[in-house]
Design a protein. Structure first.
Length: 96
């Protein structure tokens, strides 16, 4: 299988587009993310928000919550609080 076939089978452009659309709507509603994150009165916990959206998805089946959770996880990644260390052969990288 080539890369295009792999991505066609296992990647969702529709999901990514929905993530982008939600970010654009949020920017109009709430303003610039970077400015908001710099305001200590606007602090939010990206991981807690992602987990909350996942719990809402589990309760309702509404996939909008998965898109929102993915965006919060991306924001956490963009802040680079941790380090990206490939764990391909790590015992913790298994699918559960």
């Amino acid at each position: 299988m080539n890369n295009k076939e792999i991505l066609n089978r296992t990647f969702s452009e529709s999901f990514i587009q929905k993530m982008k659309n939600r970010i654009l709507v949020s920017a109009c509603k709430y303003g610039d993310l970077k400015k908001t994150k710099q305001d200590p009165l606007q602090y939010r916990d990206e991981l807690k928000n992602a987990k909350y959206r996942i719990s809402l998805y589990e309760k309702t089946g509404n996939t909008e919550y998965l898109v929102d959770a993915a965006n919060f996880l991306m924001f956490e990644f963009m802040e680079m609080k941790g380090n990206f260390l490939a764990t391909d052969n790590d015992k913790n990288s298994k699918i559960v």
